[in-house]
Design a protein around this ligand. Structure first.
Ligand code: PXL
Length: 280
């Protein structure tokens, strides 16, 4: 895949090291021109104490797209993350139809839940809408919670390989082509991803050592690094593995700072990511 410009569609959390404030620097650092379409503007992400502001930008999406149509603006990839409303799903499907190049890729991170629960602010049946967006994707990047919510599966913290393979095959039935399932762990000291080819049913795993810390925003860091690596021509599996290594580094860079609870210091490890991409 050549290095062309991509579009990422997700919120701006002004403070909190997630969504666009991660995607833009990370993908740009990977040498990829990164255009943005903000879905909402929040004062902070929603893991902060209630009180954050929320400006829904749903009504801006269509006029922005119509202007792009007049300018013949298209993208080699469209990567979506946290959405501002369920109505945005249909608007983004239209956006993919209009602005994704013929051989372009739609990458969907169904960023809406973690730890067995939906993020605050989403209606209970929002996963059904997100599943429709995943159906149109070449690659989806759910965590286990998101995978369960979109497939009506029981969320478990302890499971075997059978559970993961069943989840993957249910996700494949949504209609996407490849799945990168994050947060997979079969042993206490190891955490990783399962990479699934929906057509062949082939599953591959990649594991790192598990760190003794839960961190906010790591899903967004992971997805951004995945997109950056993939757009540099790496395979889905190699991109998934590199993104996992980078995410571990960003958590390690944050571990000694107890006050830094809201995100990870991904900026400090951008040189590592750039160095790894030089080998592609
Ligand atoms: O990191 C995911 C995310 C993105 N955007 C907003 C969030 C969250 C997670 O809580 O609240 C606004």
């Amino acid at each position: 895949m050549s290095k062309e410009k991509i579009l990422t569609v997700q919120d701006i959390s002004c403070v909190g090291q997630c969504s666009l404030t991660v995607a833009l620097p990370v993908i740009s650092a990977c040498g990829i021109e990164t255009c943005v379409l903000p879905t909402a503007v929040l004062s902070t992400h929603t893991a902060f104490k209630p009180g954050w502001t929320f400006r829904d930008l749903t009504s801006d999406i269509e006029p922005i797209s119509q202007h792009w149509q007049k300018e013949n603006i298209t993208f080699k990839a469209i990567y979506t993350g946290y959405l501002g409303s369920r109505e945005q799903v249909d608007l983004i499907l239209k956006l993919i139809d209009r602005h994704l190049e013929k051989n372009g890729v739609a990458i969907v991170d169904p960023a809406m839940a973690d730890g067995g629960v939906l993020y605050k602010g989403f209606p209970e049946d929002f996963p059904k809408d997100m599943a429709r967006l995943c159906a149109a994707a070449d690659v989806i990047l759910p965590n286990i919670t998101e995978a369960c919510l979109m497939t009506d599966s029981e969320f478990r913290t302890e499971y075997d390989e059978n559970y993961i393979v069943t989840l993957l095959s249910k996700l494949a039935k949504l209609g996407c082509k490849k799945v990168v399932l994050t947060g997979v762990s079969f042993e206490p000291q190891k955490l990783g991803v399962a990479v699934y080819d929906c057509a062949s049913g082939k599953v591959e795993y990649y594991f790192n050592h598990k760190l003794p810390r839960m961190s906010h925003g790591t899903g967004d860091v992971y997805a951004a690094a995945f997109v950056g690596a993939y757009m540099n021509g790496m395979s889905v599996y190699d991109s998934a593995a590199l993104a996992a290594d980078y995410t571990v580094k960003t958590i390690e860079a944050t571990m000694d700072d107890k006050d830094h609870w809201y995100g990870v210091k991904f900026e400090k490890e951008l040189p590592y990511l750039i160095e790894r991409l030089k080998t592609v």
